[in-house]
Design a binder for this molecule. Structure first.
Ligand SMILES: [Mg+2]
Length: 276
């Protein structure tokens, strides 16, 4: 487990001071958690495991948390049991470009309301470039659904989102060696000054207007929890993934902390340690 802040000097606000402060003033800082979903709470593109769900059931009944994912709501609902979506203070989908919240609490199935949405109309020359990458790649397998327009962002995948789990793993291994996604993302960032592109999950790239990344959710959460200590856990922080912009923004804000996880097993360990 790596804590992003390490032992960096934090302007006099050490955790030791925080403990003393709480003792002296008898006030406990509320912990507000933010979770990435894919690779953090669930295995990649799969449902939450039963083992983690058992742990998370008790955890979610006692804690305040938000979810922030690159996926859309439908995919998130496939992966995360309804109860944990319902208990969340908010679900930020499409890298924070949509916020969903429970509407009618007495209704089943739960009714989620769209609170805001940032639209993205990708320029034609970007779509042309992505099409060219699909034709020019040396990667032989094309499973379908390569350019997914989620209205608020584009999700681009050389192997295609319709791939099997085995094809997904194969491409992920190929990409680790070839850095294909990094190259494409870098080209986009360098050639479209108002557009950002980041590695998302195992096989794809998320593309959206600059600034419309996961970092945009922090101001909403801070506004809703002015006294909270905000903790973010994601698997795409240290590898330049789509969790990085949020973690990076938190680095410079007092009372914010982040943890990079390698998967749900480690996420559980981090949560157990934080609730000690
Ligand atoms: Mg992830």
């Amino acid at each position: 487990m790596v804590n992003g802040k390490g032992d960096k000097w934090r302007g006099g606000w050490t955790s030791q001071y925080a403990d003393n402060h709480n003792k002296i003033f008898g006030e406990k800082m509320n912990k507000i958690y933010i979770f990435d979903v894919d690779g953090t709470l669930t295995p990649s593109r799969q449902k939450m495991t039963e083992k983690f769900a058992r742990f998370f059931d008790e955890w979610t009944s006692k804690n305040t948390y938000y979810l922030v994912t690159g996926s859309d709501l439908a995919k998130t609902q496939e992966q995360v049991p309804t109860a944990y979506i319902e208990r969340a203070n908010g679900i930020f989908t499409c890298c924070g470009n949509q916020l969903w919240r429970e509407g009618n609490t007495k209704q089943w199935p739960i009714d989620l309301k769209l609170i805001y949405e940032n639209k993205f109309n990708p320029p034609n020359n970007l779509l042309t470039y992505l099409g060219e990458q699909l034709r020019m790649t040396d990667y032989p397998v094309k499973a379908g659904n390569h350019i997914e327009d989620r209205g608020t962002l584009l999700n681009f995948s050389v192997v295609g989102r319709d791939c099997t789990l085995v094809q997904r793993k194969d491409y992920h291994e190929y990409d680790k060696v070839m850095d294909e996604r990094k190259g494409i993302a870098k080209y986009i960032r360098e050639n479209w000054s108002d557009i950002d592109a980041v590695i998302g999950g195992q096989i794809s790239i998320d593309i959206y207007p600059k600034g419309n990344d996961k970092s945009q959710i922090l101001e909403h959460i801070e506004k809703e929890n002015p006294k909270g200590e905000i903790i973010f856990i994601g698997d795409g922080i240290e590898n330049g993934g789509n969790d990085y912009p949020l973690a990076h923004l938190m680095d410079n804000i007092e009372g914010c902390d982040w943890y990079h996880t390698e998967g749900w097993e480690q996420t559980q360990k981090i949560l157990e340690k934080l609730s000690d």
